[in-house]
Design a protein around this ligand. Structure first.
Ligand SMILES: Cc1ncc(COP(=O)(O)O)c(C=O)c1O
Length: 476
């Protein structure tokens, strides 16, 4: 029997309940395409729109996220009078403009060629990746880790979600330092948890001088006082997105000891662990045995191998019981993570250790920052010296934007940095992220003059960015 599968396009809404579909293609089970290559209208049909009630969280949080807003603004501005004929320089979202290292690409290609590697992996991760992670982390943890200390996730995002899902019950509180990576908040709230914000205070004079990451500080008394009987966990992020701060051993010890005193789980987001430009990088889990027992440390192959689309991450913990709850949540979220890419990461870690790749990457990033910060030094625009990550926060207080500059309606309830970002896209064709997205409304003043630029781009691209940003001179 011959069956037909129809494909539709062009939803032509008649009212909010009924819409018309145009049948553009009709493919027989034999593979024969009825309409040929060119889509054409074969028939129209009227369909009643179903009534769908989404999760309440999504109906009460309808504001567009910063990534969509910025990408849409960039697309709209690409061909305006200022930008037509010149390339838009996108330093917004943290995706790499260049390929993963050759060895990693070759490992991915080899992996898909092995038949069994294309099938499900064990839920906690492929044995090969677990062994590579043990090899990578045991020296940092100063102990021989075992498979029970590692679980593989689908990117660090899922690692953080699984960590929270493994331990949070409705009504539990989770402390988040502000500014925060935006994904943490829905992850906590969708589980019925309550977010408690503790600021990382910006240094005085941030609008006048180049400042250091260490000058962004936490008031530890405020942190300790924000812990209640309901506090279940704290999320820390080092190296920190968007500040570029690498928390010192002393800072982490203070945070860790407060958590130990109050039995608070530490979720340490260390996705930029190989991108630090300080003498060393401290891992909170290693600072005392008691802190280690409370800590889940999250890593990402995407950041380590310039492969953010591979979606491989992991959680490491010295406490197998604590980690087992994360693994249970991971099993229910997605069961297991992409096998060929796990295999590729397993072998890439081994290759990287052999050729000292992570050290080379740090050196490359030191050069990238030298290229990029030169324009801000030239213009006298203050910034926070990046100690880690591939981001830099720059203060735009000195840039004079016309008072009557026209902005779209959707920015009217946003902080000033959204308007600075919009202006920069439209006038200079340079895309940067407004960092108040990483703050709650009440605290966004702290970052309203800042923009975050991502430097995970090839050197030539950064040189073009520098050239373009020089145009800021006439607005100072
Ligand atoms: C601080 C931080 N944590 C987690 C993630 C998510 O990492 P992944 O791409 O591995 O899910 C990112 C990605 O931008 C990040 O900046």
């Amino acid at each position: 029997m011959r069956t037909w599968s129809l494909s539709f396009e062009d939803c032509n809404e008649l009212d909010d309940r009924i819409y018309k579909l145009r049948v553009v293609n009709c493919i027989a089970s034999t593979g024969r395409c009825m309409s040929g290559k060119v889509a054409k209208t074969l028939a129209t049909m009227t369909v009643t729109r179903p009534r769908i009630v989404p999760n309440k969280y999504f109906t009460s949080h309808v504001a567009k996220d910063v990534w969509s807003l910025t990408n849409e603004a960039a697309a709209a501005a690409a061909n305006n009078a200022n930008n037509s004929g010149r390339e838009l320089i996108n330093l917004g979202q943290g995706f790499f403009s260049y390929s993963p290292p050759k060895f990693a690409i070759s490992e991915a290609q080899k992996a898909v060629d092995i038949p069994l590697v294309n099938q499900y992996s064990p839920t906690r991760g492929r044995p090969s990746l677990i062994q590579s992670l043990i090899k990578l982390y045991s020296p940092f943890y100063n102990t021989q880790l075992k498979p029970e200390n590692v679980t593989v996730t689908t990117g660090a995002n899922e690692g953080i979600l699984a960590s929270l899902m493994g331990i949070i019950n409705p009504g539990d509180e989770v402390i988040v330092f502000e500014p925060f990576f935006d994904q943490y908040i829905p992850n906590i709230e969708l589980l019925g948890g309550k977010v408690v914000y503790v600021p990382i205070n910006p240094p005085k004079g941030i609008d006048e001088r180049v400042v250091k990451g260490t000058e962004w500080t936490i008031d530890y008394e405020q942190f300790a006082n924000s812990i209640t009987g309901k506090t279940k966990a704290v999320i820390i992020n080092t190296p920190h997105n968007p500040i570029g701060k690498v928390f010192t051993r002393e800072e982490l010890t203070t945070i860790g000891n407060i958590c130990v005193k109050n039995n608070v789980v530490i979720i340490s987001d260390e996705v930029y662990e190989h991108l630090y430009f300080t003498d060393s990088f401290s891992r909170i889990a290693t600072l005392s045995p008691e802190i280690g027992q409370l800590t889940l440390s999250v890593g990402s192959a995407g950041k380590s191998f310039a492969a953010t689309g591979w979606r491989i991450g992991w959680v490491v913990s010295l406490n197998p019981e604590l980690l087992s709850y994360v693994a249970k949540a991971h099993t229910r979220i997605c069961f297991s993570s992409p096998s060929p890419l796990q295999e590729a990461v397993a072998n890439s870690i081994n290759d990287a250790l052999e050729i000292n790749y992570f050290e080379q990457m740090r050196q490359e990033y030191t050069r990238k920052y030298e290229i990029f910060t030169s324009v801000f030094d030239e213009l006298g625009l203050p910034y926070t010296v990046p100690e880690g990550t591939y981001f830099i926060l720059v203060d735009f207080s000195k840039v004079k934007i016309p008072e009557d500059y026209p902005y779209p309606e959707e920015l009217s309830d946003k902080a000033k940095d959204f308007r600075i970002s919009h202006w920069l896209i439209n006038e200079l064709g340079v895309v940067a992220i407004p960092p108040t997205e990483f703050y709650i409304k009440e605290h966004e003043k702290a970052a309203e003059n800042l923009l975050r630029f991502a430097v995970c781009k090839d050197d030539q691209y950064l040189e073009k960015a520098v050239e373009r940003l020089r145009l800021l001179k006439k607005f100072l």
